[in-house]
Ligand binder design. Sequence first.
Ligand code: NAD
Ligand code: TDX
Length: 332
Amino acid sequence: MYRLLVTGGAGFIGSNFVHHVIAHTDMHVTVVDKLTYAGNRESLAGLPDERVAFVRGDIVDAAVIDELVQHSDAVVHYAAESHNDNSLNDPRPFLDTNIIGTYTLLEAARRHGRRYHHISTDEVYGDLELDDPQRFTETTPYNPSSPYSSTKAGSDLLVRAWVRSFDLQATISNCSNNYGPYQHIEKFIPRQITNVLRGIRPKLYGRGENVRDWIHAEDHSSAVLAILQRGTIGETYLIGADGEKNNKEVVEIILEKMGQPRDAYDHVTDRAGHDLRYAIDSTKLRTQLGWSPSYGDFDRGLAATIDWYRNNEEWWSPSKDSTEAFYASKGQ
Ligand code: NAD
Ligand code: TDX
């Protein structure tokens, strides 16, 4: 019996990965999650009790983490403070969870000789010009912009150091922007969908020209599983699905699919230090591990995501008013 410890498994992408692992392998999973404002146990509903255990715990808590890692074969580390806007408001929790939390997991994995996979983001590479023909690759220099992305970059560098200095059996993946069901409504796409559902106009930061490289969360999960099972120890893999779109285009598609005029949105205060463009070259993952995305059609994936938010109001509505109050206080 192969036992996986998944940190942050009650979050958006971590919970998708747990469902994916249960559906596609015979592994057993223990989720450790602090259940911050971003965690939701309902995102793990319907999983078999005999294969999935849930522990409410903080990855910064060395005693809890040591015990859980000792009783696992591998760790997949998703837990993080994940939202750029929050990191601009109060960076401290990002340092605690993303840096010290990762350090705590690395030390436990080292002590017990466990396989470790580290989930990271393309934001560690900074941003690209709109007309730059290059995309991010595994050798692009680190150049993070925000408190969030700098703590993710710091955590990646810790993993690399633990591999080199202590022979930790680790891999790293850096993925582009995810979308799909169960994403917290502070994030761009679900914020705009739930705004329209509530009769609020979508809010576009600045001119809306910033480009993100969208991938469905399910494709992120299949890539992580491939790396866990077939990746080379010590290597980094970039995960992306050639999904570049600017924010204005995304808002227009959402409005159109929801039966609104395509220009029924507001421009609001831009994000400080707002990265202009992310774009991933995932050739290494595709050629070396034979991975490819299944949700290539962004419009179809987005339509299904809109339906999910329409049909699951009880999942997101408890956090809608406080999320919008936070943005309103920032003029966003
Ligand atoms: P999320 O905010 O939806 O979920 C984070 C989860 O971690 C929550 O369940 C939260 O309760 C938990 N958590 C936070 N602090 C914790 C702590 N100290 N101890 C234990 N649990 C804690 O985030 P997400 O969007 O699902 O992102 C998951 C991971 O994927 C992060 O590492 C993020 O950097 C990375 N990532 C995200 C994206 C994206 O587009 N969302 C893209 C690339 C990489
Ligand atoms: O209301 C909004 N209006 C808007 O124009 C919000 C919330 C965002 N935006 C813009 C900012 C970005 O250009 O939309 C884009 C996407 O914003 P976010 O959803 O906040 O994502 P981003 O900052 O790109 O980071 C995401 O992808 C990389 C995740 O939140 C990170 O966890 C991941 O590492």
